[in-house]
Design a protein around this ligand. Structure first.
Ligand SMILES: Nc1ncnc2c1ncn2[C@@H]1O[C@H](COP(=O)(O)OP(=O)(O)O)[C@@H](O)[C@H]1O
Ligand SMILES: N[C@@H](CCC(=O)OP(=O)(O)O)C(=O)O
Length: 369
């Protein structure tokens, strides 16, 4: 038995499109019912369950006569508009068989990245749970444009798990575990447990399984597992038919253990749920100071600035090859910085006043990537 699972009280379960649709692309009522049965049993046992369900786009294709998942955003949005209604209707009927009410929660990236918004989203989810309803979350695909889109629900599920402070995240897919390589090819073996990043060293993660149904494949699931475990939330990755065993703590699928050091909530959101407004290019000494010695970033170590931002915005700190090494909240507007680059804070303060002694990014507002 997995203790991290059996003791979990608040659980976020994410199910992918490939586990909810039939081979010809329609919504599979039998599979929706089967999932509702498992989650209703967990709720009856006193657990709080939040379901993150994909499937809106897939469910909308057949009714609109569209043969396969469209590439263009407008058709995806139209399919999601039709499919989300069908999906939630199907869930409502499935949970009603157990006397449970469902509540639909459609989120955009903005809703969980901006502080004022994610407090709102949290309040709604918390209230639904207090009222004994099962929140069913999806991305608000019909209004989400490319810039504000999560695109994959694995990451959305990890952020929702952090948002509601879940004890466990269960990712249900059409594959029963993480494998060392693409399970459709010979030679791949199952990974039972992941305790540290090193356990993923030999693992080749690939794209989506059934063409035209799922989206992110294993890449987004492993990334979601990193986000959740980094927030102290263990993750079980398995297939939908294993859901009951997974929730019971049976050794099915892959268990990603929680990482011991939980970052502060503020830095977690900074790392995973903000979009940088600009980039500060660091010289090698500044990279060393920020990454290895966890120092604040001073103007002297910055060689160039890109982007349009104002003080308080998130920016990425990039090394000489342009790779991001950290994200932080900047203390200056973009237009102020060019005149300060490469100069010591002492000189700047003497010349421009004590206000210019401040760090460009304070170490308390910095998170390594
Ligand atoms: N290392 C791996 N281990 C397991 N599955 C993998 C791996 N690499 C690629 N995959 C593929 O990822 C698929 C699951 O992703 P996806 O189709 O996006 O599912 P979902 O709709 O559940 O999000 C599996 O069917 C599998 O073929
Ligand atoms: N929001 C989209 C889901 C996108 C998505 O992540 O799909 P999947 O990879 O099947 O979990 C939908 O409902 O169709």
């Amino acid at each position: 038995m997995r203790e991290a699972v059996t003791t979990a009280r608040r659980i976020v379960v994410k199910i992918g499109s490939s586990s909810l649709t039939t081979a010809d692309g329609g919504l599979d009522a039998g599979r929706v019912d089967a999932l509702a049965d498992v989650l209703a049993a967990a709720a009856r046992a006193g657990r709080e369950v939040v379901l993150v369900s994909s499937g809106a786009i897939a469910a909308g294709l057949a009714p609109l006569g569209i043969p396969r998942r469209p590439r263009d955003l407008a058709t995806q949005q139209a399919a999601a508009s039709v499919g989300q209604g069908l999906l939630i209707g199907r869930y409502a009927a499935a949970f009603a068989r157990h006397g449970l009410t469902v509540g639909q929660v459609l989120l955009t990236a903005d809703d969980v990245t901006r502080r004022a918004h994610y407090r709102n989203a949290y309040r709604t989810l918390r209230k639904l749970l207090d009222l004994g309803a099962v929140p069913i979350v999806n991305e608000n695909d019909t209004v989400a444009t490319d810039e504000i889109r999560f695109g994959d629900n694995d990451r959305l599920a990890a952020l929702v798990a952090a948002l509601v402070d879940a004890d466990l995240l269960v990712l249900l897919s059409d594959v029963d575990a993480l494998y060392t390589g693409d399970p459709r090819k010979p030679g791949a073996s199952r990974v039972d447990e992941v305790r540290a990043e090193a356990d993923l060293a030999g693992v080749a993660v690939g794209g989506a399984g059934r063409a035209g149904v799922g989206t992110g494949g294993m890449v987004t699931k492993v990334e979601a597992a990193r986000i959740a475990t980094g927030f102290g939330i263990p993750v079980v990755l398995t297939s939908a038919p294993n859901a009951a065993d997974a929730l019971a703590g049976e050794p099915v699928g892959t268990l990603f253990h929680r990482m011991s050091h939980r970052p502060t909530a503020r830095l977690f959101w900074l790392a995973h749920a903000t979009s940088p407004r600009g980039r500060l290019h660091l010289d090698p000494g500044a990279v060393q100071a920020v990454v290895a010695r966890r120092k604040s970033l001073l103007p002297a170590g910055i060689t160039a600035v890109d982007g349009v931002f104002t003080a308080g915005d998130p920016v990425d700190l990039v090394d000489t090859s342009g790779a991001p090494v950290a994200r932080g909240l900047v203390n200056y507007d973009a237009v102020e910085l060019p005149a300060l680059l490469g100069r010591s804070t002492g000189d700047l303060a003497a010349e421009l006043g004590p206000g210019y002694e401040r760090e460009v990014v304070h170490r308390d507002d910095l998170v390594l990537l």
